[in-house]
Design a binder for this molecule. Structure first.
Ligand SMILES: Nc1ncnc2c1ncn2[C@@H]1O[C@H](COP(=O)(O)OP(=O)(O)OP(=O)(O)O)[C@@H](O)[C@H]1O
Ligand SMILES: [Mg+2]
Length: 251
């Protein structure tokens, strides 16, 4: 199997995690599994949007390894790979891998290395891989992903938001990450419509808008009540708009 790899990028709080959750929810409901969800944000919360518990992150494994001298006679790499299976949360419909935070020195190099080799090893078993990212492009730029088939840039519905995402698109080009397609999603648009000025800025930045998601009170409500926001009803405004985007992406 050659899975389709879908990643999101955008500045903080624009809805990257929510969009990942909605895509995963859609694919699972459409029976398009097996699927691997990767939370590559150290401040991970994709599991909350999806409503699943995560026992162990790759960051936890790294911390454990640093703390304990014993790796049961295995090399560091062997031990990390052995422990990796505990970090892969296997659900009924999809598996999930959480990068997590690491304490102490802020170096993710080792975890990144393990994540990269393990992703390569496991990837063939999945039909899709959805990668949620932190606001910066740290992990993407460190080459953790073997490739990116679809990169979704997520912006709020403001000129400055579009300018920010324009800079990200430029950086992606400079880093020679060569995603298959790069599409823009404008999120939290009042009434589900992008303003004229926003559309003008999108054109100026040379971005390819695939769809607009409305500001949806239900997403907000679910979030406030601690319910997984990917589970909002199928006829909610945000889900209808998302399914339109997904059909255009031809997943
Ligand atoms: N379409 C929407 N309607 C209403 N609320 C939304 C919508 N999209 C996202 N939100 C809310 O906005 C907040 C930020 O969303 P989210 O966590 O998905 O953004 P993010 O880009 O992943 O943030 P971060 O950069 O911190 O990872 C959340 O409280 C989420 O519930
Ligand atoms: Mg997020």
């Amino acid at each position: 199997m050659t899975p389709k790899i879908i990643a999101v990028a955008g500045k903080g709080g624009t809805g990257k995690t929510t969009v990942c959750g909605l895509i995963i929810n859609h694919l699972v409901k459409a029976g398009k599994t097996p699927l691997l969800a990767v939370d590559a944000d150290p401040n991970s919360n994709l599991n909350e949007v999806l409503g699943i518990d995560v026992e162990m992150t790759l960051g936890d494994i790294r911390d454990n390894m640093l703390k304990s001298e014993t790796t049961a006679g295995m090399s560091k790499q062997e031990y990390a790979e052995y422990m990796f299976s505990s970090a892969l949360s296997e659900g009924d419909h999809f598996d999930m891998l959480v990068m997590g935070r690491t304490q102490g020195q802020g170096c993710y190099c080792f975890v990144n290395g393990v994540l990269k080799s393990q992703i390569e090893k496991y990837l063939g078993g999945y039909r899709y891989m959805i990668v949620d990212n932190e606001a910066g492009l740290e992990h993407i730029s460190r080459g953790i992903l073997p490739r990116m088939d679809i990169l979704l840039l997520i912006s709020d519905s403001s000129r400055r938001g579009i300018q920010a995402v324009g800079r990200i698109a430029q950086m992606i080009g400079e880093l020679k990450l060569n995603p298959g397609v790069v599409k823009l999603i404008v999120n939290r648009a009042p009434g589900g419509v992008a303003d004229e000025g926003v559309l003008e800025e999108i054109k100026k930045q040379g971005l390819d808008l695939i769809g607009v998601l409305p500001q949806d009170e239900l997403v907000y409500r679910y979030d406030c009540e601690g319910k997984p926001s990917s589970a909002v009803p199928e006829d909610s405004a945000v889900k209808r708009a998302m399914s339109d985007i997904i059909s255009k992406l031809d997943l």
